[in-house]
Design a protein around this ligand. Structure first.
Ligand SMILES: N[C@@H](CCOP(=O)(O)O)C(=O)O
Length: 501
């Protein structure tokens, strides 16, 4: 729809303007730093940062109803700069001119209601939000669109040139970083660090295909992250992990989309997300808080953060109910099918601690919960979901298993409605499904197949015939007819089909 066709009252606000004033704010010493230089940690005390809009109050001057109209009308705009996460420009990057926005089709991922059968099994109404339907097939694209739009802005403003972006990854971040950097070629080059043999073949192929320099390193993600941190402290590189606060801003779009998709009614909603490096849960809490403070939603949804027993440092921290008694202890992870979340020392832990406290305080009630699930639960729920029409990755299985756990714990009620995060596309993690179907999980995973969920291809090569078609050597005439009869007969028998009369 063209601008002059929108209601007059909305028109002036429809196209967002870069009228915010953003600064980095340190979560440790609370000092503020300008955004002209890329910062990942506070130059004074070394703590992590969050980005803050000093002019956020101006957004509160617009009433919630008007905001909802602005955002809903923006859905109809054709400009690519506002088709993705920057539909929420005022909340994500209010200093970025639309001409700097990098849009590769990220965001606005489908929200798919579980069918009646699956909801009955789960005992609650729930939806999957399929973030695997982002361009590089994971939610990380949201954060990359934001981080790379900001870097593009710095380049266009002449603050930086010849950027080398770098990240550590369990697979999804590297795919997204390499993709978005490749789009900004030749201004940006990309390098990614992966734990050797700890990302799936599909994930490894992604940064390779985008032309990034790919380095594989012994150890696990936490080791890669330390190397990347050292590189970003010692050399002139742009760190693209979620330690970079611009990533968090982009990932807040996940919350804004949920609010918009559910007509801004959040009181009875439960948002379930897996926790890896903890950037995701940070962004989800931060996003809902901003919409709440701007009056766009009138309640904060419950949040459930989920971790596998093999990588659960955040869950362990919150297992201690007394605020003052908690102590964060990084852990050594064990093999997990939720491989992207196999992280024992999440870089955003200080942000989580800060935001959980704030979220619950603003809500006036306990609204953030944590659940721990087994590897077996993750696989069983992933496969159960996918047998009911979903494309959940193992982390989607982890989220659904976490929802079940939260209900058992009494944190979520069956009358509520849950939105469960499938962070990536199922195909990225197809190897775990194969292991399940072939009962070939190494012992460390502690997963055994439930026979009801196992599925295998059946090779049909009837012994009653001698000739079979081959590529480049088709069968013809009677031989082909015999082949079709024998194969269709065997399949019909196997499926117990009744002949048409
Ligand atoms: N699961 C992540 C790990 C890095 O997380 P990030 O959000 O800090 O970049 C991945 O896909 O690499």
């Amino acid at each position: 729809m063209k601008l002059d066709q929108f209601p007059e009252a909305i028109r002036p606000r429809l196209i967002p303007k870069p009228d915010g004033e953003m600064i980095y704010r340190c979560l440790g010493c609370r000092k503020e730093h300008g955004i002209e230089t890329l910062l990942y940690t506070c130059p004074d005390c070394g703590s992590v940062l969050l980005l803050h809009d000093r002019r956020f109050e101006r957004l509160k001057a617009i009433d919630g109803g008007t905001w909802r109209k602005i955002l809903d009308y923006r859905r109809m705009l054709k400009d690519p700069a506002v088709k993705g996460i920057y539909r929420y420009h005022e909340f994500i990057g209010p200093v970025i001119p639309l001409s700097s926005v990098v849009y590769l089709g990220e965001g606005h991922t489908p929200v798919v209601e579980a069918n009646a059968h699956l909801q009955a099994k789960a005992g609650i109404r729930f939806f999957y939000k399929n973030d695997g339907q982002n361009p590089s097939a994971s939610f990380k694209d949201r954060g990359m669109a934001s981080a790379l739009s900001y870097i593009n802005f710095l380049i266009q403003e002449g603050h930086v040139d010849e950027v080398l972006s770098i990240c550590a990854s369990t697979g999804d971040t590297s795919a997204a970083a390499a993709l978005y950097a490749a789009y900004l070629k030749p201004k940006i080059k990309s390098a990614v660090l992966l734990p050797h043999k700890k990302v799936t073949p599909q994930q490894l192929s992604q940064p390779l295909g985008s032309g990034a320099d790919v380095f594989e390193i012994p150890g696990v993600f936490d080791d890669c992250m330390k190397v990347v941190e050292a590189l970003s402290e010692r050399y002139n590189v742009a760190l693209l992990n979620s330690k970079n606060a611009w990533r968090i801003l982009g990932q807040e779009s996940y919350s804004y989309e949920i609010a918009q998709d559910f007509d801004y009614a959040m009181a009875d909603k439960v948002v379930v997300v897996p926790i890896g490096n903890a950037g995701n849960i940070t962004a989800v809490m931060s996003g809902f808080l901003k919409f709440f403070e701007a009056g766009i939603i009138d309640a904060l949804p419950k949040i459930v953060g989920v971790q596998s027993v093999h990588a659960n440092p955040v869950y362990r921290y919150y297992r201690q109910p007394e605020d003052g008694q908690r102590k964060f202890v990084p852990m050594t992870v064990k093999p997990s099918v939720a491989q992207a979340a196999m992280i024992g020392n999440p870089v955003s832990m200080p942000r989580v601690i800060h935001l959980v406290e704030r979220y619950n305080r603003v809500a006036g009630d306990l609204r953030v919960f944590f659940a721990e699930v087994t590897e077996q639960d993750i696989m069983d729920w992933q496969l159960t979901a996918n047998r009911n029409g979903h494309i959940a990755c193992t982390h989607g299985g982890e989220s659904l298993a976490g929802l079940m756990k939260a209900m058992q714990n009494g944190d979520v009620d069956s009358k509520e409605t849950a939105i469960v995060d499938s962070t990536a596309h199922a195909l990225k993690f197809a190897g775990f499904q194969d292991m399940y179907f072939q009962d070939s999980f190494p012992d460390g995973y502690a997963v055994r197949p439930n026979p009801d969920l196992v599925n295998r291809p059946r090779y049909v090569r009837p012994e009653s015939i001698e000739k079979f078609p081959e590529a480049g050597r088709p069968l013809e005439g009677e031989a082909f007819d015999r082949f079709v009869d024998a194969v269709s007969g065997q399949i019909a028998e196997s499926l117990d089909l009744k002949k048409k009369v």
